[in-house]
Design a protein around this ligand. Structure first.
Ligand code: FAD
Length: 204
């Protein structure tokens, strides 16, 4: 069982996103599931998909750093994404990571003019913090749009269908007690997802 955690926050030490990361890692450790953390800022991951790289991918030429991420994704049973919402999307470093890593031939292929996702069979969870209020986002239809674009639209295309996501809102307005409850929820969700995968492995 492998758990890949992709973390995208520039403050990798004291941010609330870091607290979410700690909760996810700790839960994995408690269940003795190996967790690999890709802390994109600390890694200084280059998020720029160059024209040369984009062309080369169609000839199966992939840079070593991208190949390494491919291996980690291929081996993962659960993939966790942790990020703040920035201008209704991923922080640029995570967007760029996905641009480069979810490449043609690895994450999807084209067959008779149709795209076919290649990452089926994996489970995924997103923990997304937002400055705004979740209920307001739901009422305005933004929460659904985020689900459609950042979660389903993108990863379903790559064949991942078992995806959960949680929006944690009002992050700057709430008190420590409420933030602690959010961290509890992160641990519970992670435990549920890992336990389900462990049971499935055990049954097979
Ligand atoms: P932090 O600022 O690190 O922490 C929030 C609070 O949690 C702080 O009070 C901190 O002390 C406390 N905290 C830290 N660690 C712990 C812990 N272990 N336990 C308890 N409390 C803790 N928001 C939107 O809604 N929509 C947008 O489109 C949007 N666009 C943005 C674009 C940009 C460029 C930026 C910078 C922000 C944007 N935001 C947006 C807001 C952004 O989503 C939030 O600022 C972010 O999600 C907050 O998460 P954080 O980890 O940075 O919080």
């Amino acid at each position: 069982m492998r758990h890949l955690i992709i973390f995208a926050h520039p403050n990798s030490q004291t941010s609330f996103n870091r607290a979410i990361l700690d909760a996810v890692v700790q839960t994995s450790q408690q269940l003795a599931v190996q967790a690999v953390v890709r802390d994109l800022y600390t890694l200084n991951f280059n998020p720029i998909l160059s024209w040369e790289e984009l062309q080369a991918v169609y000839q199966d030429i992939v840079p070593a750093e991208v190949k390494f991420e491919h291996q980690l994704i291929s081996q993962a049973d659960l993939i966790t994404l942790i990020y703040p919402l920035w201008w209704m999307g991923f922080p640029a470093i995570l967007k760029g990571y996905l641009d480069r890593v979810l490449s043609h031939g690895f994450a999807y292929k084209t067959e008779e003019g149709q795209s076919v996702g290649l990452l089926g069979g994996k489970k995924m969870q997103h923990f997304i913090t937002i400055g705004n209020n979740v209920e307001i986002y739901q009422n305005m239809g933004f929460a659904q749009s985020l689900k459609d674009c950042l979660v389903d639209g993108l990863f379903n295309y790559c064949g991942i269908t078992d995806i959960q996501h949680e929006l944690f809102g009002d992050i700057h307005l709430i008190d420590d007690h409420a933030r602690h409850a959010m961290l509890q929820k992160v641990s519970e969700k992670t435990r549920e997802n890992l336990t389900a995968l462990l049971e499935k492995k055990h049954d097979n």
